[in-house]
Design a protein around this ligand. Structure first.
Ligand code: PLP
Length: 384
């Protein structure tokens, strides 16, 4: 291992995708944007495909290009572009593109003419998230334009989708409201004469908790990585967190009572104790806001972080019983929790955020290593 590294279990990714396929009985799009939520986009994509994900989803055009250039050949959707993005590269690589409005359709058309391709086109509709997607007042004009282009062979209309705002709260009435609006979009689509190959609305939480929202495809990000899509909701799914974060202690030292630890002296040892130095800081994505509440697993017990998180390192209180620990002692910062280590949810709770952000922000100087729990063999590839 290196001094601080992310370990990703691709066997867990495959297990999670298979679990989602079996539970939803729907096709699964594995969402691998943002470098696979910090797990490594290309490696996760490959594992998800092996497990039966018929679609992959990313946000940006460059993410889609990177997947194709890494050899991915299946259906792949990207959904976020701005006027300065060029569609040429994604169209040349047979990616499904998304439009929310007519100016974007025109850019897609121009790119299709330049590249001599027939784009596969998805439409995104806003059903109440008030983020991306066409607003209901604009649907008719947009759908009509798409129909005309489809009939003229300008593009092939392939799908329509929308996104929930509160799917992790299954009882929130806005889920019903959004689903109703989505069905209205489907009705209008039929009226205009457009037949989608795939209709999709559900992210992980909705895929797991809301059968009525599954339609033809579910877009699963967080659940692919084994993190609970709806914390506190009893959905009974056996998902396995794929990511662990481990390091080795850089130093172990004894402190007198009254020693002030780390920048600002925000923690003062109330008694003589022993501390260790963990070589990962906020540059690696360790939340500075977790100071005072986070714990890590060292020598068989959870031990508290002390003082401020620095850019490159933080201090853990080992306690006097750990006086004999040496630099090089392993530290498990985060993982599935099976050895008693903190989970991404624990880190999120300690720092006032969500587990999505904890894993996605990991980076900086951390290296990444892939293992496979199905074969128990580390591949040792994919260092970054
Ligand atoms: C990120 C994203 C997803 C995945 O959401 P999860 O909650 O991680 O499953 C699905 N759809 C869209 C449009 C997204 O932006």
């Amino acid at each position: 291992m290196t001094s601080a590294e992310i370990v990703v279990d691709l066997g867990a990714i495959r297990h999670n995708v298979r679990t989602l396929l079996a539970h939803t009985e729907t096709s699964v799009m594995a969402v691998v944007k943002a470098d696979g939520y910090g797990h490594g986009m290309v490696e996760v994509a490959r594992a998800a495909r092996e497990a039966g994900a018929s679609w992959l989803g990313v946000a940006t055009l460059p993410e889609a290009v990177a997947l194709r250039d890494a050899g991915d050949e299946g259906r792949l959707l990207c959904w976020l572009s701005t006027p300065s993005d060029s569609f040429d590269e994604v169209l040349a690589r047979d990616v499904d593109v998304s439009a929310y409005d007519i100016p974007t359709l025109e850019r897609i058309q121009a790119a299709a003419e330049r590249t001599g391709t027939t784009p596969r086109l998805h439409l995104k509709v806003d059903t109440g998230l008030s983020r991306g997607g066409a607003m209901p007042a604009d649907w008719h004009a947009l759908f009509t334009r798409v129909k005309a282009g489809h009939d003229a062979g300008m593009w092939r209309f392939t799908g329509i989708f929308s996104h929930f705002a509160t799917s992790e709260e299954p009882d929130n009435p806005s889920n019903d409201a959004q689903e109703k609006v989505f069905r209205e979009a489907l009705d209008l689509l039929a009226e205009v004469g457009l037949q989608p190959e795939v209709r999709h609305l559900a992210n992980s939480a909705a895929a797991v908790t809301r059968p009525s929202a599954r339609f033809d495809l579910v877009r699963c990000g967080i659940a692919t990585y084994g993190l609970d899509p709806a914390p506190g909701v009893d959905h009974g799914l056996d998902l396995r967190p794929a990511l662990s974060l481990q390091a080795e202690l850089a130093m172990v030292k004894e402190l007198e009572a009254g020693a002030a630890v780390s920048y600002g002296g925000r923690w003062v040892a109330p008694h003589a104790t022993v501390v260790g130095l963990v070589p990962a800081g906020y540059a690696e994505g360790i939340p500075r806001a977790s100071a005072g509440s986070a714990e890590v697993l060292v020598a068989g017990a959870r031990r508290p972080m002390r003082g401020s998180v620095c850019m490159d390192q933080f201090v853990v209180e080992l306690g006097v019983e750990c006086r004999d620990l040496k630099p090089g002692e392993p530290v498990l910062l985060l993982g599935p929790g099976t050895q008693g280590e903190p989970t991404a949810q624990d880190w999120a709770d300690a720092s006032g955020t969500i587990h999505y952000e904890i894993v996605t922000r990991l980076g900086g100087r951390l290296t990444r290593r892939y293992v496979d729990s199905n074969t128990d063999s580390g591949t040792g590839t994919g260092e970054n």
